[in-house]
Design a protein around this ligand. Sequence first.
Ligand SMILES: C[S@@+](CC[C@H](N)C(=O)[O-])C[C@H]1O[C@@H](n2cnc3c(N)ncnc32)[C@H](O)[C@@H]1O
Length: 234
Amino acid sequence: MMTLDQLLHDAPVFHGATSLGLSEPILREIDRRLRLLGDTTATLETGAGMSTVLFALRGCEHRCITPSREETQRITNYCHRRAIPLDRVQFVHEVSQRALPALEPRPLDFALIDGSHAFPTVFLDWFHIAARLKRGGQLLIDDLQLWTGHVLAEFLQRQPEWRFECELESRAAIFTKLEEGAELREWTEQPFVVEKSAPLIWRYRARRATELLQQGKLGELGRAIVRGVRPLSR
Ligand SMILES: C[S@@+](CC[C@H](N)C(=O)[O-])C[C@H]1O[C@@H](n2cnc3c(N)ncnc32)[C@H](O)[C@@H]1O
């Protein structure tokens, strides 16, 4: 069976002229973790590319979600040329925003978010993957240099149901899911959202107080100060 070293040496291009693929250290870290997980590893990725070949090489029960049939054709051709079995890899040709909610629940050991990096797709990917990851399952988020990946990683670092494992090349982060349900919490139970909301709430209060002062509604202002002006209500 082919090795990751041979795959890296081949450096096949699956995304057109330039490679958008994961870097070598990130692929090596995924490889290392998949080896530790053993034989019957259930995995899922959004996006496709070198990572897909790696999941296939490791014999994972793998789902790959990408809208691009051209990419998966290139991946399939490459795997056939290199005799890499794809019988345990299922390609889902759809954007992940639509595909993930429709997938039947299958507990996952490892997942990679590396599909669309747009808002809110990264967060939707996480929402649906989080519900399917086993306790102890691992999640790799790529492209922390983009706002969406960066915010998701910062959020998870503060969420007690998840454990931060490591950052790779300042570009990817790996987390372990410790408990169910972080994706269903109210914002008051999400420390990152509470922290980021605090200055917005104070800004709202200051603006509202100014409005009430300008309108001469001193009674209302007094009552608001006494009970605390409720954010987002008028
Ligand atoms: C950065 S590349 C993935 C690189 C891959 N992990 C690798 O190791 O080579 C991004 C991938 O996301 C796919 N993609 C774009 N929009 C998507 C979406 N909404 N849902 C799922 N995949 C998407 C692209 O077709 C492309 O395959």
